[in-house]
Each structure stands twice: as structure tokens, then as C-alpha cells.
Design a protein around this ligand. Sequence first.
Ligand code: G3H
Ligand code: 13P
Ligand code: ZN
Length: 345
Amino acid sequence: MKNKELTRVSWSFLVYSKELLLIDFIMLVPGKLLLDHAFANQYAVGAFNANNMEQVQAIIDAAAATNSPVFIQVSRGALEYSRMTYLRNIILAAVEEHPEIPVAMHLDHGSDLEIVKRAIELGFTSVMIDGSLDPTGKRALSFEENLAVTQSVLEYARPLGVTVEAELGTIGGVEDEAGVNAIHYTDPAQAELFMKEAPVDSLAVAIGTAHGAVKFEGECILRHDLLQEIHKRLPNTPLVMHGSSSVPEELVAQVNKYGGHMPNAKGVDIEQLQQTTQFGVSKINVDTDGRIAVTAAIRKIFAEKPEEFDPRKYLGPARDALTEVVKARMIAFGAAGHASKISQS
Ligand code: G3H
Ligand code: 13P
Ligand code: ZN
């Protein structure tokens, strides 16, 4: 890892993290370092959502087992659930345990400048400003509104060395707690204009994926044609795929077998996802698959061992189940094996 890079990260944390000077000694990396390596080598770094200790441990264990760089990402809802500081400290513990793994701590679907500032104060090295929707998540913002809020985040974050992801077009499904929206495919010409006016480090695009466990009524069809056109117009921009869980049938079946109710669950076809890395996709977001893995494991234990009441006896297996899912995604996205290459570059 370049000394310059480390110095920049450490220094920005020392100055801007109001709450924990210890953070200065813990080596998170800027998201851009991971994005650029993935972009250059045509693979995607997995970005996995975390809300508690077991999820963070599963993600770092999977990264260590497969030698993968990783984004550990936290939504606004997760930050609030974890009372702002807990999750940050748990992620730092993961990095302390595995300093050989380049980890970016990322704000997922930041809704406005205020939450971005808060995340940066907490030491996040990467932030997403989701200007595709208004902060309530209920109304789509116009191109101009999206541009304005993205520019304000860029102005704030870039001088601090924090990586910025924006979104153009809207991913389908449920985004952050309340918001429900249909897919509005990203327009390649608008993407080019957007990047001219707000040159963010990565751009999330809508090409047919959707958040949540029920992504499609029919077949999964990712618009590779659209992605290819966006990549042609933005040949140097790492692209991001949201809503990319594959919703494994066997895990959904396990949830349903042990008393759950997940009708119509359907995820993204992994092979179609894998093809996106040749067109600039460098970060792929997965949350739902982890939620299902955890729920399936806990339901099974509750059903099979109704006498069990020690949380470690079901949270531990849930953590193991999540580790397996995350490992599989890291391998599928081509990220496995790259952590040490980034650390040595
Ligand atoms: O895209 C949204 C992520 O799955 C986070 O969901 O806001 O419920 O934490 P959340
Ligand atoms: P999934 O709901 O498909 O896991 O997508 C997660 C995501 O995009 C987080 O930002
Ligand atoms: Zn998302």
C-alpha cells in the first residue's frame, strides 16, 4: 500500500474524527483505492451491508478467507440502529483484527449532505450520496436536483480524501426503509453530462437490478447494452451495481420450511452480474442475500432446538452462514485473491 495513501487517510481521520483519535492508527483505505484496482483488473469489489457485530465479523472473515478487498457498508438506517458510533467501532475492530485486508468503510444511500458529514466525522472513507430520490425516499429527484446535492457532497468530501459515489437513474425495489420505487434506467447521455458536472469517483447505474428479495415478476434481464453504452461514454469511471443479491433458492426454501413466509422471492442471475465487470462495474452491493442467510440459520435452530435460549447458539451459526454467502460472492465477483495485491502495490 502506498505510504502517501495511508498518510492521507490517517491524517484526515486525525483531523476530522471528533470522537476517536485511536482511529488514526487503524488502516481503513479510501474506497477509491479499491475501485481503481478493481476497474483496472476487471473485477468487482463486493460491498456488503452490516448492522451488527456478527455481520461485520462474517464479512471480514470471508474477506480474510478469500484474500479479498471489501467495502463494509452501512445505511442511514443501520447508523441510526447502531446509535451512530457502535457500528463504526465494530468495523474498526475488524480492521484491527485483519490489517492485511484493505477495507473501505462506506455510507450506503446517504440521503443528504448532513448524513454524509456525520459519516465522515465518524471516519467513513467512502460515502454514497443518493440524489436519485429525495431524503424521504418517496419522490424521485430531477437530474438538476441530483446534480446539485451531489456537487455539494463532492465539494465537502473530496478535500478530505473521502471517496464519493453518486446514483443516476433509480434502482427498483425498496431503498432505505421507506422508499419504494420502480426502475428508471440510467440514460447514457445523462450519465456523461452528470460526470462532467459532478466528477464523482464512482457512479451507481440502473440497468435492471432491484433492491430486496422480490426483484422481478418475470425473468432477470440486465441491460448489458445500456451498460456498454455508459461505459463507452465514461471509459474511466468505475460503475456500481446496487440491488445485486441473487436470493438463493435454497436459503429462501429454508426460511419457508422453518416457518417463514417469503413468497415470490427472486434475485439477480449471477452470470449476468459477472458479465458486468468487463463494462466498468467495480463495486457490487449485496445486502438481501445476507439477511436471508442469517434468517434461515436462526429459523432452523429455533425450529430444531426450541429449548435453546443462549443467543450465541443461534447468532454464531447465523454468522457462519453469512460468511459462506459473502465468500461465494467475493469469488463470483472476481475479487478473491486481490487483497494482498492491493496491500503490496
Ligand atoms: O439498499 C439498501 C440496503 O439494503 C440497506 O437497507 O436501509 O434497510 O438498512 P436499510
Ligand atoms: P440487495 O437488496 O439486492 O441486496 O441490494 C443491496 C444494495 O443495493 C445496498 O445498497
Ligand atoms: Zn442500494
